[in-house]
Design a protein around this ligand. Structure first.
Ligand code: TXA
Ligand code: MG
Length: 535
């Protein structure tokens, strides 16, 4: 059989319809991943899906619909909570498990009394369902055990010669399969996390539960709520191991444990740090990007016949939970934790409110390292003083020590001098911060906060597990600096000009706190972030 990749034009959608209504199986794009589509009311076609994919016979399929009429054909009962969820999230990446009608056969549900239903938002998918005028059963269009396909070429790699048509809708927008939920009264139970995340559900229902299968391996003979969750799935050829550590520890661990068949799976912004095969899955601070990239990255890994892949661990907020869940499955639930202490990097512009935030962390038992103070210590080290005098001359000396004001004058007015100073100072500063972290760990602190205005510039971000940026409006910062440091407007403006933009901080943070709307709002946001980090 020849497999063709076709654009979802009017004509090709009609061609796909003809195939589907003639018991054939066709690959289609959706906003999550590509699906392997058949007429849900055609038993022979549905069985064919299982054969083509090599799918275990006890793993039921999702039925895709395009309107309420189709929904009423396949479900027996549509509760008020389900209705509310549909209103908010359909069409979109949400699958609800609902009581099935008699029209839905056991070959779809594998004997369960429920059916999983979803209305996709991808326009080509919706159009195809509408044109076929039957509900469409469709699992992800990969061979069982491979990552779900997020492009037509992924489908081709798995199913070339097994199906006639792949409709090519380009790269999938979400990149991970839909969120699958059980709907209870005013509550959802997440069976498989996805783009629609806990916080999204909490806007519609009062309670959200996570099924055990999200974080732990379910035994294959156990009766689980969502059969798909008991299979490892997404399992690359290489042995993928997640290593939970700060970036700096991760690098050390990799260089100690790598052999010639080892690679890494890291965030986009980290690839320059490795000189072994390196695969990336999006920016560290963009869970959405990680979601769209993860499955492609796992497929790329497969093309490189490697033995072991050490992977960086994504954050579990929002769609990050789904990214984490899929990677955990790719790892066969193998995760190495190098420390159980959380290092929080706290940064932002001068005058944005970092000190207040530090106090809130301290109230919860965290230790704070003031990195400006560390810098002041470093500048008293004899070898640092020697190099500074070599470059700037004796005029910066005050007795044996550096006259910081004189030095500041030289660097704030001359960019080259500033660069020299930073290059000289940052490495020993980071080394000293690291020493402090170790000593605080030894004292038993579980949370350590780095109060670090130049967290990223110095590279101290590599020591952190989580990063919080505090930003605020320029005019407000100006006022704060003038009062706090007793400065003229001109001097304060000079200081602000030397700082990075808010965007610099927000794009590199796990959490952003905006300090523009008064102390109450600031403390409110602070409490939420501190609670999320300190658990
Ligand atoms: O985004 C998606 O959901 C994609 C696209 C194509 O729509 N489809 C997809 O299908 O991921 P599949 O078959 O790969 O995953 C369906 C998941 C499986 O984990 C399955 O066990 C679960 O949904 N499921 C299906 N019917 C169920 C039911 N009645 N009760 C509980 N879980 C069910
Ligand atoms: Mg699948």
């Amino acid at each position: 059989m020849k497999t063709q990749i076709l654009k979802p034009t009017e004509e090709n959608i009609l061609l796909a319809k003809e195939k589907i209504l003639n018991s054939q199986v066709v690959a289609i794009p959706t906003e999550t991943v590509y699906g392997l589509a058949a007429n849900a009311f055609d038993d022979a076609a549905v069985k064919n899906i299982f054969t083509i994919k090599g799918r275990p016979m006890d793993n039921p399929l999702i039925v895709h619909i395009c309107d309420e009429n189709m929904l009423n054909e396949i479900v027996k009962d549509f509760s008020p909570t389900a209705k509310k969820l549909a209103e908010v999230f359909w069409p979109g990446p949400l699958t609800m498990v609902l009581p099935k009608s008699d029209k839905v056969s056991d070959s779809i549900t594998c004997g369960l009394s429920t059916v999983a239903v979803r209305m996709p938002s991808d326009l080509a998918a919706l159009k195809l369902i509408r044109t076929c005028a039957v509900p469409i059963a469709a699992p992800s269009a990969n061979l069982s055990g491979k990552p779900s396909p997020t492009s037509a070429s992924h489908v081709m790699a798995d199913l070339n010669g097994k199906i006639e048509i792949i409709l090519d809708g380009g790269e999938c927008e979400v990149g991970l399969e839909s969120t699958v939920v059980n709907v209870l009264e005013d509550e959802v139970e997440i069976l498989r996390p996805g783009k629609i995340a806990i916080d999204d559900f909490l806007k519609v229902v009062s309670k959200v539960k996570l099924d055990d299968g999200v974080f732990s391996k379910q035994s294959e003979d156990k009766k689980v709520k969502s059969p798909g969750m008991k299979y490892t799935h997404y399992s690359p050829e290489a042995n993928v191991i997640m290593v939970k550590a700060t970036l700096s520890e991760f690098c050390k661990y990799v260089s100690k444990n790598a052999d010639e068949k080892t690679g890494v799976l890291v965030f986009e912004n980290e690839k320059s740090l490795f000189n072994i095969p390196c695969f990336t899955y999006g920016n560290e601070f963009s869970p959405d990007e990680q979601a769209t990239r993860l499955f492609s990255a796992l497929r790329e890994i497969d093309e490189n016949s490697l033995g072991t892949i050490f992977a960086r661990v994504p954050k579990k907020d929002g769609v990050g939970l789904a990214v984490y869940n899929r990677l955990l499955r790719a790892c066969g639930f193998e995760i190495i934790t190098l420390n159980d202490v959380v290092v929080v990097g706290l940064t932002g512009q001068t005058g944005s409110g970092k000190t207040t935030l530090c106090t809130e962390f301290e109230k919860k038992g965290a230790a704070v390292i003031n990195c400006d103070l560390v810098a002041r210590e470093v500048i008293t080290l004899p070898d640092v003083i020697e190099k500074l005098v070599d470059n700037f001359g004796e005029e910066i000396l005050d007795g044996e020590q550096i006259n910081r004001k004189a030095l500041a004058k030289l660097v704030f007015t001359n960019e080259e001098n500033m660069i020299f100073l930073n290059h000289l100072m940052y490495p020993p500063i980071v080394k000293h911060i690291n020493k402090r972290i170790k000593s605080l760990k030894a004292q038993g602190y579980k949370y350590i906060v780095l109060d670090a205005p130049t967290l990223f510039e110095s590279g101290a971000n590599m020591l952190c597990d989580v990063i919080v940026s505090v930003v605020s409006d320029e005019a407000l910062r100006l006022d704060r600096i003038m009062i706090r440091d007793n400065m003229t407007k001109e001097a304060a403006l000079e200081r602000i000009k030397a700082q990075k933009t808010s965007d610099f901080y927000t794009s590199r943070a796990d959490y952003v706190i905006e300090n523009d709307k008064g102390i109450d709002k600031f403390l409110e946001q602070t409490a939420v972030v501190v609670d999320k980090i300190i658990q």
